[in-house]
Design a protein around this ligand. Structure first.
Ligand SMILES: NC(=O)c1ccc[n+]([C@@H]2O[C@H](COP(=O)([O-])OP(=O)(O)OC[C@H]3O[C@@H](n4cnc5c(N)ncnc54)[C@H](O)[C@@H]3O)[C@@H](O)[C@H]2O)c1
Length: 355
């Protein structure tokens, strides 16, 4: 019997609502599989916690999370707390301190009716974005000089270390080799004359060790166009923190929206717990109404199962999402249905049992 210890950080807004459904799925898996069990501890961190305590998470929060096998996060951010505080002091802090340097964001069309394109089928949009998740444009380095004065200057520094750049690119090459897929690097060397020229050089350098992997290299502006005009050309994509963040929202837009976009924050060495979360935020505009789509959060449970080397469950969860999308009986509002968040979750576990 394998037991996995999972830290739950539901966070803010719809984060709490969608995480409930993900936990429902985990508890159901436990019921169906005699060899698996999960234990949970919930941490009340987020914006409400900040308003009460002045902190997004406990001072020793990182130590508290260290012993878990995985962290399952809803979303953080809410009106009343500046976004740069809520995001940096919780989400980005965990990514950084646990060295979760790989962000895996699948861009997969699970049902052709979900894409705005008339002529695209499931097989035309199916790729994986591997986003650098620990430094780059989100390193938090910079200066704010002469605040409020006419000579005010703000510097936001992108940090691209050799270690950080090489390891994410190497991870992507390994993944491309393992899956026998092409690898596309997205950068912007023509304008960012230090960081992205360096990125391109490292991509080429590491690539010498992988002559079997066919590669492409695009500027981020061209890549954004191709994400929309010709997504079929991508199989595995590797890119920086900021570019990956933006490109994967385009990816969500062409595959059914934010309610269906998932992301895994991975420490490949397993030195620290990895973190699983839907890509979307706390959606204050619909929070508390019970209408949020929980499928992105459930998809991240599929990624968690893969990470636990329980790939069969990972696959079953994905198949059940595909089934929900196909039979349309219990679609959430953002996908054109009228099912509530918990109705989608309840129906989901029924499907999981049949699978
Ligand atoms: N990973 C995170 O924790 C994360 C990510 C993005 C934004 N945020 C934070 O969330 C807050 C709101 O940000 P935002 O409005 O830009 O982005 P958002 O993702 O919360 O919402 C954008 C739009 O998508 C809709 N939406 C998002 N997820 C949905 C779901 N599961 N089901 C149905 N509709 C869904 C929302 O209703 C909204 O109209 C901000 O404080 C922001 O900083 C957090």
């Amino acid at each position: 019997m394998k037991n996995f210890n999972i830290a739950l950080i539901p966070g803010d807004g719809i984060g709490v609502e969608v995480i409930n459904e993900g936990v429902k799925v985990l508890k159901f898996i436990e019921k169906l599989d005699d060899n698996l069990s999960f234990s949970f501890e919930t941490f009340p961190w987020g914006c409400e916690y900040y308003l009460e305590t002045g902190k997004m998470m406990d001072e020793d929060g990182i130590d508290k999370l260290k012993g878990f096998d995985a962290v399952y996060l809803g979303a953080v951010g809410y009106p009343g707390v500046p976004d740069h505080i809520s995001l940096r002091d919780l989400l980005i802090r965990i990514r950084r301190e646990f060295d979760l340097y790989v962000n895996l964001r699948p861009i997969t069309l699970l049902n052709e009716e979900l894409t705005p394109f008339k002529d695209k089928r499931e097989e035309d949009i199916d790729f994986l974005v591997i986003r650098e998740n620990s430094e780059g444009e989100y390193s938090g380095a910079g200066e704010w000089l002469y605040r409020g004065k006419p000579e005010e200057v703000v510097l936001q520094t992108g940090v691209f270390s050799r270690k950080g750049t090489e390891r994410i690119i190497r991870y992507a090459y390994e993944e491309a080799r393992k899956q026998a897929k092409t690898l596309t690097s997205v950068s912007k060397g023509n304008a960012l004359n230090y960081s992205m020229v360096f990125w391109d050089e490292v991509f080429e350098e590491v690539g010498k060790e992988y002559p079997d992997v066919k590669t492409y290299s695009y500027l981020v502006d061209a890549a954004s166009l191709y994400f929309v005009s010709d997504p079929g050309r991508f199989e595995i994509v590797v890119t920086s923190n900021l570019f990956g963040d933006i490109l994967t929202d385009i990816g969500a837009g062409i595959t059914g929206g934010l309610g269906l976009a998932t992301g895994a924050n991975i420490n490949p060495e397993k030195k620290y717990p990895s973190m699983f979360e839907p890509v979307h935020g706390s959606a204050p505009d619909i929070a508390g109404e019970g209408i949020a789509n929980p499928l992105a959060a459930i998809w991240s449970i599929s990624q968690m199962m893969d990470y636990f080397e329980e790939e069969e469950w990972g696959e079953k969860i994905l198949e059940s999402i595909i089934a929900i999308l196909k039979n349309k009986e219990f679609l959430p509002r953002d996908l054109g249905g009228s099912a509530s968040t918990s109705e989608v979750g309840d129906y989901f576990v029924e499907l999981l049992e049949i699978k």
